[in-house]
Design a protein around this ligand. Sequence first.
Ligand code: HEM
Ligand SMILES: *[C@@H]1O[C@H](CO)[C@@H](O)[C@H](O)[C@H]1NC(C)=O
Ligand SMILES: *[C@@H]1O[C@H](CO)[C@@H](O)[C@H](O)[C@H]1NC(C)=O
Length: 327
Amino acid sequence: MEFFSRKKTPLFFVIMLATLTTLALGQTRVGFYQTSCPRVETIVQSAVAAANRANPGVPPGLVRMFFHDCFVNGCDASVLITGSGSERTAPPNSLLRGFEIIDAAKTQLETACPGVVSCADILAIAARDSVLLAGGIARWQVPLGRRDGLVSRAADTANLPAFNDPVDVQIRKFSDKGLSTQDLVTLSGAHTLGTAACALFSYRLYNFNNTNGPDPSIDTTFLPTLRNLCPNGGDGSTRVALDNGSENRFDTSYFGNLRSGRGVLESDQVLWGNPTTRTFAQRFLGVRGLVGLTFNVEFARSMVRMGNIEVKTGTQGEIRRVCSAFN
Ligand code: HEM
Ligand SMILES: *[C@@H]1O[C@H](CO)[C@@H](O)[C@H](O)[C@H]1NC(C)=O
Ligand SMILES: *[C@@H]1O[C@H](CO)[C@@H](O)[C@H](O)[C@H]1NC(C)=O
């Protein structure tokens, strides 16, 4: 009862008002589960670490999954729903990896604190932890409090950026979600990790744009490597590192590769071809005469911004019992 003493009451109401205002604005916050599920971050982190020990190729898939979740109906775990016609069945999501990691974390969380932690928040934490595992980045705080969505439609994935989108289309798709051109370049830097299937870029290697030759923006010393990994008419599911030479390290070498014509996806390489996006890449590389940007710092900021796209909070949506199905 001490808490309600006359002296403390005004402060109490100020705090209540601030909290209610935050909820009304649909915002997330650091420490959301501090009392309701204090072990949430430890549990998610151990699930991601276990998956990494089993197959270090998979956790980068969670970073991409988070991006695909946030861009379609907001960060609400709509990408995790299985069944006919769900987002997960749409072509842009066909190669997503790591669903079993989210399910494993959810199972443990339902034991530790049943019905409390949303799948959308599990994915947000797991994406951050996947970056941490690749080293080279200070741990950033993930604002939480997302609720799980009640809608998941394959058709809604049309607004996801595609591997062959020109820069202006990429910029528009990000700006439609309230993200800047700097966010676009920064977040594309996630391609310092992970791999891409030959099927998504081998058109650049042999008969690009009906020229009967390769995409001229590919470094001629890198071309034989890519052709070797992805033979013409070969297995489209073979996976190739997006950041050649530094594929397991979270660093700026991805931007250096773009400068050298060693981007794997067309959507990556064109970021160097456009003066506006190139300038951001150069700032990460510390090019003289430009104001530098620190990749680790900017990446964390942009991830937090992306993680707030159209979030559901308060009483919106639900807390799923199983991440792959609505309650
Ligand atoms: C213009 C924007 C983007 C485009 C067109 C794009 C496209 C792609 C494509 C085509 C792949 C290969 C998928 C596969 O073959 O499995 C890929 C992989 C990946 N993307 Fe992006 N991406 C974009 C932005 C982002 C963003 C914003 C993030 C996260 C912040 C991200 C994180 C990743 C990661 C980590 C991988 C590797 C996945 C794995 O190894 O399973 N991408 N991306
Ligand atoms: C593809 O070819 C067309 C017609 O020759 C040309 O206008 C266009 O710029 C080319 N696109 C790329 C990406 O090179
Ligand atoms: C990176 O490229 C070099 C040659 O440019 C090649 O020898 C090497 O196999 C490539 N590494 C990966 C993981 O693709």
